[in-house]
Design a protein around this ligand. Structure first.
Ligand code: FES
Length: 104
């Protein structure tokens, strides 16, 4: 299922916003002219990743609770204490809209 979540120009590079697509909460991150979509819930505890900080240089988002950094490209937990990945979703820009693809 492809869903438009917002206009690309509403996103600020290096910032994160939370959207709900179907039954999933997704953190959308813009870095320069690219967008990333990652599951909003940390794999370590029930914490919203969209409250964390984006690392543009390494394309990661840091969990605000204990500091695990997750790859925005793969969802992998690159630093402890989280060890499990979070889901990532295909995100693209179509006609100025940010489109996220979620398997139903
Ligand atoms: S809750 Fe995210 S690292 Fe612990």
């Amino acid at each position: 299922m492809k869903t438009t979540v917002c206009r690309f120009d509403e996103l600020v590079s290096g910032a994160v916003r939370r959207f709900v697509v179907g039954d999933r909460a997704i953190a959308i991150v813009r870095i320069d002219d690219k967008v990333y979509a990652i599951g909003d819930k940390c794999s370590h505890a029930d914490v919203s990743l969209s409250e964390g900080e984006v690392f543009c240089d390494t394309k990661e988002i840091e969990c605000v609770r204990h500091g695990s950094a997750f790859s925005l490209e793969t969802g992998k937990a690159n630093t402890l204490p989280a060890t499990q990945p979070v889901p990532v979703y295909r995100a693209s820009i179509d006609n100025g809209n940010v489109v996220v693809e979620v398997q139903s």
